[in-house]
Write a protein that binds this ligand. Structure first.
Ligand code: GLN
Ligand code: ZN
Length: 752
């Protein structure tokens, strides 16, 4: 049985592409050097794939982002960037990152999350002047590069339908208006590839796993009708991933594709669809049986069972991954700090290639190989379960998820306990991570300073931070989070059950990579994590200082989750650990506790019908579990890094926090209106200025934002705060912005 993958990570084993590109940005290397380095990397990746799998890919490489490459290929370039008159490469990076030179300041195109992953793509911008036509053929070079080293690869393109659906439209024209031109452009590139000897083209159409309307389906069919009619003799694989294609499965079988890539991991209905409607003999199934997103070894016996079932219905099968391996780190072999046991359970991109080979060998030879026995053994042993945690979860009752008394009855009690003015002012938690803060941390990590020195420095920063907030006149203070590098990593490091890698980077966007912790086994807390620091901070002021925690859903969503238990269980374990911390903070005199859920929205399922059943129905109660045990006087805050929650507004209110702060400085009034329309009960702090920019907002500006908020939301419910943590800002601008924020709040208060 032949094997392939949907795509390979491009960033390199040691993030070579990142460093290369960043050096080019800093003008430390020339364009030729950049291209040369990238080529070496591509060749290396081709060779690595070629060792294990039958069908290697080209076209999955990108200097910044594959969607942006597709925009360039199709000539979809925003006018403001085109007008810059830059060389091809610099134009490319200008769209990705914006362009500044003297007086010229041109904004980048916006970035959006790529389906349900943590990868972000550059949104194509289309207006009524946009002409889609084949404008770049970089994929040809990559194809020929592979041929040169004796590899006959398949070429991978992001498909036209996904491209059009993800584009942002600025004029009157919509997807339907580009059907002909985009189909023509694809036919042209397919012809060129065929002319150079390419035999297989994979068209990635992940948008097919989302909820499609009848109009969408018409457009999809119209585009491919043209492409498949116009193409030369070459095999076209329609590749889907991140779910099943229930809306178009039957159509797709009849459209004339040569291959169909289906996701059997996340595609909940994929197997059912194949079983029910079968697959024509001349359509080859690219079966995504290896999880392309998680970092765990596959359970071979399960995959064999699946393939056996598929073979009853399908004649031609190629084994593949469920999606591109872009979403997993490069290789486990670099991780010298992990135990043999831990490593035995892990599988990153390079290891997944080997898994494909091992599986196909067993299928082809019918022999029980050593690897197969080893794999069976691995899944017999589960050292990951801690019985106390399991018992604690099974003892939970409905009452544990409900905080009493009701929120409306808590308001007065908290008012008395906290004695806050109207429009209380606060910040989201972190203060600028200055050089000295970072040096202190790195000295501690590298053993250059003792634990005592490290901690006493932290105390110094906290004291400065508290004094600063007192001087500025804040009502509710924070300690500044100087002990945290990252809001998830910090808790992961202090909880049992997480493991940390050294090199397991995954591309998040452009040259930025993240290294998520791995939830390896049952999560529990062995000792208080933030209590000492919070107690110390509170001892410095008579005003309330917020305890600062990261919520269970965010910890889960920004980690690699387990595969051996349901994530709805895993989140409860984390929730219980955070609950213990909440109660300890309360016991130690902390009156306000903020539990951040920055990433709640990120893992909403792709299909709307799954939002509640498959996610919110367990995620929201998990949050409530963290705080349901506190006294009525204790005020629970939460924070979210976005404001698009119109569509989950009820669920957010159901988190039953007393106060929520969120980003609103950009989309302001709409969200406020929907808060009002939904009778949102939680008190709100819609961020009054954007911390993602170094710009200092004026007093007048903030006054008018607050006044706008007060037009829609009763003053008793409104808090005044920036829209996110201040960690990435520098001290000077922070000071100026916060001074203005306080003055603005005071001036509005005076008018009330
Ligand atoms: N409390 C965190 C901070 O201020 C929240 C960060 C976030 O929302 N991403 O940094
Ligand atoms: Zn935030």
């Amino acid at each position: 049985m032949n094997t392939t993958i949907v795509g390979f990570p491009r960033i390199g084993k040691n993030r070579e592409l990142k460093f290369l590109t960043e050096r080019y940005f800093k003008k430390e290397i020339t364009l030729d050097e950049l291209n040369e380095g990238a080529k070496n990397l591509r060749v290396e990746h081709l060779k690595i794939q070629n060792e294990s799998i039958d069908m290697v890919s080209v076209g999955d490489f990108s200097f910044y982002d594959g969607m942006l490459d597709t925009s360039i290929m199709l000539g979809v370039i925003p006018k403001r960037h085109r007008d810059l008159n830059l060389c091809k490469e610099d134009l490319y990076f200008a769209i990705a990152k914006g362009y500044q030179d003297g007086d010229i300041d041109v904004k980048a195109s916006s970035m959006k999350k790529w389906f349900n992953t943590n990868y972000h793509y550059i949104t194509p911008e289309i207006d009524d002047e946009t002409k889609i036509e084949l404008s770049d053929t970089k994929i040809l070079n990559e194809f020929l590069e592979a041929k040169e080293i004796g590899i006959d690869p398949k070429a991978v393109l992001i498909g036209p339908f996904t491209f059009l659906k993800l584009a942002k439209y600025y004029g009157k024209k919509r997807e339907i208006d580009f059907v002909k031109s985009i189909a023509d452009a694809y036919v042209e590139i397919i012809k060129e590839l065929a002319y150079d000897g390419c035999k297989f083209i994979q068209m990635d159409e992940p948008i097919l796993v989302t909820d499609l309307t009848q109009d969408d389906i018409k457009i999809f069919k119209a585009i491919y009708k043209k492409i498949l009619a116009g193409k030369p003799l070459i095999n076209i694989i329609l590749q889907t991933y991140f779910g099943d294609i229930r809306d178009v499965y039957r159509d797709v079988l009849k459209m004339g594709f040569n291959g169909l890539g289906l996701d059997f991991v996340e595609g909940e209905k994929t197997l059912e669809l194949v079983n029910k409607y079968g697959m024509p003999e001349n359509l080859c199934l690219f079966a995504g049986v290896i999880n392309g997103k998680n970092i765990w070894k596959s359970e071979y016996s399960k995959i064999f069972a699946l393939i056996k079932e598929l073979m009853k219905k399908v004649k031609n099968i190629v084994l593949s991954t469920s999606c591109s391996l872009l979403h997993v780190p490069y290789t486990t072999t670099l991780e010298k700090g992990l135990s043999e046991f831990q490593l035995s359970k892990l599988s990153f991109a390079q290891e997944k290639l080997k898994e494909l080979k091992e599986i196909s060998t067993v299928i082809d030879t019918g022999k029980i190989t050593e690897q197969l026995l080893e794999n069976d053994e691995l899944f017999k042993s589960s050292n990951n379960i801690t019985s106390e945690v399991t018992t604690r979860i099974s003892n939970l009752t409905d009452a544990d998820y409900i905080r009493l008394p009701n929120r409306s009855d808590r308001v007065a009690l908290q008012k008395d306990a906290l004695n806050l003015p109207v429009l209380p002012t606060t910040t989201i938690g972190s203060f600028p991570q200055t050089r000295k803060v970072r040096i202190n941390r790195s000295n501690y990590k590298s053993g250059k300073c003792t634990c005592d020195e490290y901690e006493s420095n932290i105390k110094g920063y906290i004291k400065e931070c508290i004094n600063l907030q007192e001087d500025l006149g804040f009502d509710v203070l924070v300690h500044g989070e100087f002990e945290r590098n990252d809001m998830v990593e910090f808790f992961g490091e202090n909880l049992n059950g997480f493991i940390f890698t050294k090199f397991a980077w995954v591309q998040s966007y452009g040259t930025r990579c993240v290294k998520p912790p791995i939830i390896f086994s049952d999560v529990y807390r062995t000792k208080p994590i933030t209590v000492d620091i919070s107690k110390y901070a509170q001892s410095l002021s008579t005003k309330p200082v917020k305890g600062m925690l990261t919520g269970p859903i965010t910890i889960l969503n920004w980690s690699f989750p387990r595969a051996d238990i349901e994530i709805s269980q895993s989140v409860l374990q984390i929730a219980l650990a955070i609950r213990d911390e909440v109660l300890d903070l309360e016991k130690n005199g902390i009156k306000i506790i903020q539990i951040d859920e920055a990433a709640l929205r990120e893992k909403l399922p792709i299909r709307k019908e799954d939002w509640n059943k498959k996610y919110l129905d367990w995620a929201i109660p998990a949050f409530r579990l963290t705080h349901s045990g506190v006294k009525p006087e204790t005020q629970i805050h939460t924070h979210m890094c976005y404001s698009e929650f119109d569509d989950i507004i009820k669920e957010i209110d159901d988190m039953d926090a007393d106060v929520i702060s969120f980003e609103a400085s950009r989309s302001s009034l709409e969200i406020l209106k929907s808060l009002k329309d939904s009778n949102f009960e939680t008190q709100v702090g819609p961020g009054v200025y954007d911390i993602h920019s170094p710009r200092v907002p004026s007093v007048d500006e903030i006054v008018s934002v607050i006044n706008n908020i007060l037009k829609v939301i009763p003053k008793e419910k409104v808090w005044v705060n920036p829209d996110c943590g201040l960690k990435t800002r520098d001290v000077k601008e922070t000071l100026a912005s916060l001074t203005n924020l306080i003055e603005a709040a005071k001036s509005v208060r005076a008018q009330l």
